[in-house]
Each structure stands twice: as structure tokens, then as C-alpha cells.
Ligand binder design. Structure first.
Ligand code: ADP
Ligand code: ASP
Ligand code: MG
Length: 437
């Protein structure tokens, strides 16, 4: 059972999730995010320190500490528990204050980011203890590891986690941190923003769980982005493939990589609403449940690159040479379309953009479009669904489309548009494809 930031963000929510956890008959591993707002605050602290603005960092640290001090006065009642919670806060904020004095490094910034999940899990355990609920804190840094390519080491996670759990067969509730891990150098690292979902899926896979429950602030995966479109509805059932496409292409409810571990190990995933536990939510398994469109999602900050060359005409090996450049700079390509004389592709990681462009130059004319958005229409066998293409393009005729990707996956049709049209296109698709206004 993974609970996100808003699900643990208030003392009464922590009380509530303790109720949800103790209702379970099977043993559970509870994966917690940091309290909502904490990771953002820690990012800000790191940014201040990296710029040498220690005063700014100190202000953020003090503000965050005050938030936690207020939080614990409502989290626990007994003097003894309050003292324990205070000691935990003191330990972690002392750490942040020490960091202020050390010269900044990438590794140090990861240490800063880890404080959120360390705090939330420890404070939750103090509450469980006060309530007399038997439990055990499993430190994620003891089992969650990534390799030198930042890929989770599922094999070793499995061995270490199984060992830890088996040493405590008497326990039914295990609590652990989402998001944080150790990297190949043994340093504290993380699974990128929103990574607690990924932790939960990895843990569920490693332990062969009967289900991986992602508890959040909405009743499942909706048919469209509720932050952008007013009327959206939850999707009751979808396949791993559909969920993975939606997560990867921008549905924030799931971390982009969070589906593959559950899918590989055939663990059903449920998306549930902490504020409304009786709601059905979304069940994600091998079965799509139905054919046709399920949902649309948008992925921002996309860069489109077009390489035009008459040398591409009837040539072989041209695409390989282009792909090799992206491989060299470890930059994933999301969309690709080709004609006889040009290839367009998109990336979202601009870390090595300059070098990539330089190496592409010898292949032809290179054009760049920044600030693009990928709109993905996702659904089981969507490409073969009758009238789908007509409905899709019929509803967005007034919007200029830069690229279309159809047929790459039977479950996805992607469009590339300029970011300024995002809201409009999501709204028009909501009406055109789902009949929702
Ligand atoms: P948590 O802190 O629990 O991980 P997140 O904020 O990361 O929660 O994810 C939940 C949010 O994802 C929702 O509040 C919603 O605004 C957003 N979201 C974006 N797209 C979708 C979608 N298709 N279905 C449901 N929620 C979505
Ligand atoms: N706390 C981390 C974040 O805000 C991880 C998560 O919430 O999933 O990105
Ligand atoms: Mg999240």
C-alpha cells in the first residue's frame, strides 16, 4: 500500500491511513511519500545552497521545521510520543543545518531530498506505536538499489527485502520509504520525482505481493487530465500496457516507469483514493476489460528535432547513424516519424542537446522546435477501432499538428503540438472522443 504526499500531508490523514492499513487481513508493506510540499521545499533548499545563498536556504529550512513542529502536535497525544517525534525532527533538521556549512555537490543534494521520506515514515511509526499497533520500519536504503545506469536492481532488491521481511515473521505491518534508494556508488539517491509509485511497484514485484495499491488524492486513473479539463471520469479497468503508456506520456497519477515491475511480475495494481476509500478506483492487470479509447494524457517540455537530407533517399543505415547519436548521449526518443528525405523525432531530456545537435549536423539540415507537447490517446486496440481516427482528427481540426505517430503501438496514437494548444486540445478531445464537456 503506497500513500502519496497528500495522503500523509496532514496529521488526520496519517491517522486515517493507519486505519486503512490495520483493516488489512494480509501482511502489508506500507510505502510512504514525503508530506506534500516537502520534496519541493527540499529542492528549493538544495537550489539555494548550490547558488551559495545560505541565508535563503536557512530561511526555507526554518520554515519547513516549523511546519513539522506544528504537524506533530496534532499527530500524537502522549508526552512520550511527542518527545520521540521531536527527537526525529531535531535529528533531520540538524542534518540539514550541518549541510548548510558543507560545500555543495550533486550527492549532497540527494541527501537533502531524502529527508522528506525519512521524516514521514519515522513520524508515522511514532503514531503507530502510540496507538499500540505492532509494526516494523524497513529502511529503504538497506534494500532499494539502482545500478550505474540508474536502473533498479530488482534481483538484489528481492533478495534483501525477502530476507528483511522473513527475519520478522511475527510482524504484519512493515513501513518503508518510497522514492529513496542507494546508487552504484553506495550514495543516497532517488527514483526521480514522483518515484514512490515506482518504489511501490518494485517492492510489490520483489515480494510477489498479491496486489500493489497506489493510494492517492483521486479515485483512479481518469480519462483525461483533471488539472486541465473540468469534467473527467475514472476508468475502472485497464491493462498494464495502457497504464504504462498513460504514465509515460504524462498522467501524473503514476510515475512514468512505475508499471513495468508489476507487469513483469504479474502483480495487479489498484489506484485508490485515500479520501474516498470506498470508491472503485482503477484496476490494472493483464486484461484491458474493453476495446477502444480509454484516456488521453499530455507530456510537456518536448523538443522536436528534424533531420532533412537528400542523402537519406534510398539509403540504408541512415537511421542507425542518427539513433547512435542519441544512444551515445543516453537520450531516449519518444516519437518518430519519417519520410524519404527527413526524419522527425522527439526527446524530453535536453541535458546533452548541444552535443547531439553538433553530431547530427553532418547528416543534413537540422531543425529544432522547443516547447512542444505530446498528446497521447490511449486505449486497447485503439488503432483498429472503427471511426476512431475520424473522431480524433474531427475533434481537433483547428489545431496545427507537428507530428503524428500511429501504428507504433496498437494502444496509442500520439500527436505532437505546440505547448500553447495543450489545454484546447485536451478539452476538444474530451468532447470529441468521450462526449464529455
Ligand atoms: P501522490 O502525491 O499521491 O503521488 P500525485 O499528485 O503524484 O499524487 O498524483 C495524483 C494527481 O495526478 C491527481 O491529483 C491529478 O491531479 C493528477 N493526474 C494527472 N492526470 C491524471 C489522470 N489521467 N487521472 C488521474 N489523475 C491524474
Ligand atoms: N516525495 C517525492 C516527490 O515529491 C516522491 C513521491 O512523492 O512520489 O517527488
Ligand atoms: Mg505522485
Amino acid at each position: 500500500m503506497k500513500f502519496g504526499g497528500t495522503s500523509v500531508g496532514k496529521p488526520e490523514r496519517m491517522h486515517h491511513i493507519a486505519g486503512l492499513v490495520t483493516k488489512e487481513t494480509e501482511p502489508v508493506i506500507v510505502v510512504l511519500s514525503a508530506l506534500s510540499g516537502t520534496t519541493n521545499a527540499l529542492v528549493e533548499i538544495g537550489e539555494h545552497i548550490s547558488k551559495g545563498d545560505r541565508g535563503g536556504a536557512k530561511q526555507c529550512i526554518d520554515k519547513l521545521e516549523a511546519h513539522y513542529q506544528a504537524f506533530i502536535t496534532e499527530l500524537v497525544k502522549k508526552e512520550e510520543s511527542l518527545a520521540k517525534a521531536k527527537a526525529i525532527i531535531a535529528e533531520h533538521f540538524e542534518f540539514l543545518n550541518i549541510i548548510l556549512k558543507i560545500s555543495f555537490s550533486e550527492a549532497l543534494s540527494k541527501d537533502i531530498l531524502a529527508q522528506g521520506e525519512l521524516l514521514s515514515t519515522k513520524l508515522f511509526c511514532v503514531y503507530l506505536e502510540e496507538q499500540g499497533i505492532s509494526h516494523l520500519l524497513l529502511p529503504a536504503l538497506e534494500f532499494m538499489t539502482i545500478d550505474s545506469y540508474d536502473e533498479p536492481q530488482i534481483g538484489s532488491i528481492k533478495v534483501k527485502l525477502t530476507q528483511l521481511v522473513q527475519q520478522h515473521k511475527d510482524k504484519k505491518i512493515f513501513v518503508t520509504q518510497g522514492y529513496i534508494c542507494r546508487n552504484a556508488r553506495g550514495e543516497v539517491d532517488n527514483l526521480k520525482r514522483g518515484g514512490s509509485d515506482y518504489s511501490a511497484s518494485l517492492i510489490a514485484a520483489a515480494i510477489n505481493a498479491s496486489v500493489c495499491e497506489i493510494w492517492t488524492d483521486i479515485d483512479g486513473m481518469h480519462n483525461n487530465d483533471p488539472r486541465v479539463v473540468k469534467k473527467t471520469v475514472p476508468v475502472e479497468q485497464m491493462s498494464f500496457d495502457e497504464a504504462a503508456e498513460l504514465a509515460y506520456f504524462g498522467a501524473k497519477i503514476l510515475h512514468p516507469a512505475s508499471i513495468w515491475p508489476a507487469q513483469t511480475y504479474k502483480i495487479p495494481v489498484r489506484l485508490l483514493n485515500t479520501m474516498q476509500p470506498e470508491a472503485k478506483g482503477t484496476l490494472i492487470t493483464e486484461e484491458a476489460g474493453s476495446v477502444g479509447v480509454k484516456a488521453v494524457a499530455a507530456k510537456d517540455n518536448i523538443i522536436a528535432i528534424r533531420i532533412k537530407s537528400s542523402r537519406m533517399l534510398l539509403a540504408y543505415g541512415f537511421l542507425r547513424k542518427i539513433f547512435e547519436v542519441f544512444e551515445k548521449y543516453r537520450t531516449p526518443i519518444d516519437m518518430i516519424t519519417t519520410s524519404e528525405v527527413a526524419v522527425s523525432l522527439t526527446i524530453d531530456n535536453d541535458t546533452n542537446l548541444k552535443s547531439i545537435l553538433k553530431e547530427l549536423e553532418p547528416f543534413g539540415t537540422v531543425e529544432l522546435d522547443k516547447n512542444q507537447t505530446i498528446i497521447s490517446v490511449v486505449g486497447n486496440e485503439i488503432a483498429q477501432t472503427e471511426d476512431m481516427v475520424k473522431k480524433l482528427f474531427g475533434s481537433i481540426m483547428n489545431i496545427p499538428v507537428r507530428m503524428v505517430s500511429y501504428g507504433g503501438s496498437p494502444h496509442n496514437i500520439s500527436l505532437l503540438i505546440a505547448a500553447e494548444y495543450k489545454t484546447q486540445i485536451l478539452q476538444q478531445l474530451n468532447k470529441g472522443m468521450f462526449g464529455l464537456e
